[in-house]
Design a protein around this ligand. Structure first.
Ligand code: NAD
Ligand code: LMR
Length: 342
């Protein structure tokens, strides 16, 4: 039996994400939690003729025990709860509201399903993930191998934009987004997002003019703003995020049987092979001692098995410059989350 809980299931990301999860044959029990509207979403989805059972839970259910019921027995918890950006806002502007929401949800998870995998979508991811970690530490249930900031949308964008850039270029560049698997490291906002095109296979970096690569990197870093501007006050990425969230959860589920590699934002716990090397490499590159960083990791049934630290040895000079900028901003974002969580 595999139980997945979605926290924030009635929202712009939560609804399409829950739809995709309802279609997954490996999920038996899907618990949808929100503070509003979730009975309607769950009832609608429950008419779909797949085997996955759906339950709905409002925070106010049964004297406020809705969250606990949604989480009891859960194996995987995915969290798109919280407010999204409007034009002119940074992700950090969401901290004030979303930090409190994340704290409450983290307490719920620590009390009701402390061994579950936690997948955090709520922004600002650079700071919300440390909040979860601090709450889990307080409860004595922190396991760095099972706590993830979902940064898959950055990878999805990096692949798509690469393929778009390839259109119009001479062969042998591949023009299909599915041909690319760009590793994106760092964090999830602006200059903390660092797509590593120089080590991307197929090796296209050398085939594009350097200004085109710079433009690509910038577009990935600010891809979220593109959607926020286009939605013009009606929120941020929801459908592409639901896809990315599903893609990442699917990889974590798949890793219950066979290992896979995904980029994700994690705590660099030195008990994880590759963490020490990653920390050292970041220190050498930018002098910063960072506790959290998005890296490609090997996943297995217990979560993060290994960090693919070697990728940082293979980046080019330009990326190393960007890495230094990334680390500086990220350090402040992490401290903000840690201090709040404490
Ligand atoms: P939304 O407003 O459409 O939905 C958020 C949902 O969270 C709502 O249904 C709301 O009722 C619910 N919610 C609020 N407080 C809650 C609580 N205490 N417990 C449970 N649910 C609660 O927003 P959205 O567009 O779905 O975005 C959600 C979050 O995801 C935002 O913070 C956004 O910035 C973030 N996001 C992250 C990424 C990423 O790449 N990690 C991408 C896109 C959006
Ligand atoms: C994104 O990258 O699309 C999300 O983080 C939402 C946002 O605020 O841009």
């Amino acid at each position: 039996m595999t139980k997945v809980t979605v926290l924030g299931a009635a929202g712009g990301i939560g609804q399409p994400l829950s739809l995709m999860l309802k279609l997954n044959p490996f999920i038996d029990d899907l618990a949808l939690f929100d503070v509003v509207n979730v009975p309607g979403v769950a009832t609608d989805l429950s008419h779909i003729d797949t085997n996955c059972k759906i339950t709905h839970h409002l925070k106010s259910d049964n004297d406020g025990t809705g969250l606990a019921t949604a989480l009891k027995g859960s194996d995987f918890v995915i969290i798109p709860a919280g407010v999204p950006r409007k034009p002119g806002m940074t992700r950090d502007d969401l901290f004030k509201i979303n930090a409190g929401i994340c704290t409450d949800l983290a307490v719920g998870i620590a009390e009701n399903c402390p061994n579950a995998f936690t997948l955090v979508i709520s922004n600002p991811v650079n700071s919300t993930v440390p909040i979860f970690a601090e709450v889990y530490k307080k409860y004595g249930v922190f396991n760095a191998r099972k706590l993830f900031g979902v940064t898959t949308l950055d990878c999805v964008r990096a692949n798509t934009f690469m393929a778009e850039a390839a259109i119009g270029e001479a062969e042998p560049m591949d023009k299909l987004a599915t041909s690319y698997n760009v590793r994106v490291v760092g964090g999830h906002s602006g200059e903390t997002i660092l797509p590593l095109y120089s080590v991307c296979a197929p090796h296209v970096y050398q085939l594009l003019p350097s200004e085109a690569v710079d433009a690509l990197v910038h577009r990935v870093q600010y891809g979220g703003d593109e959607v926020v501007e286009a939605k013009n006050g009606a929120g941020s990425a929801t459908l592409s995020m639901a896809y990315a969230g599903y893609k990442f959860l699917h990889a974590v589920l798949d890793a219950q049987d066979k290992t896979g590699i995904e980029s994700t934002y994690i705590y660099l716990d030195e008990s994880i092979p590759g963490a020490k090397e990653t920390r050292q490499n970041l220190k050498n590159s930018c002098g910063a001692d960072l506790d959290y960083f998005a890296m490609p990791v090997v996943l297995d049934k217990d979560g993060v098995k290994e960090i693919k630290h070697d990728i940082l040895n293979r980046i080019n000079d330009k990326e190393r410059e960007l890495l230094a900028i990334c680390c500086k901003t990220l350090k402040g974002n992490i401290e903000k989350g840690v201090n709040f969580g404490k």
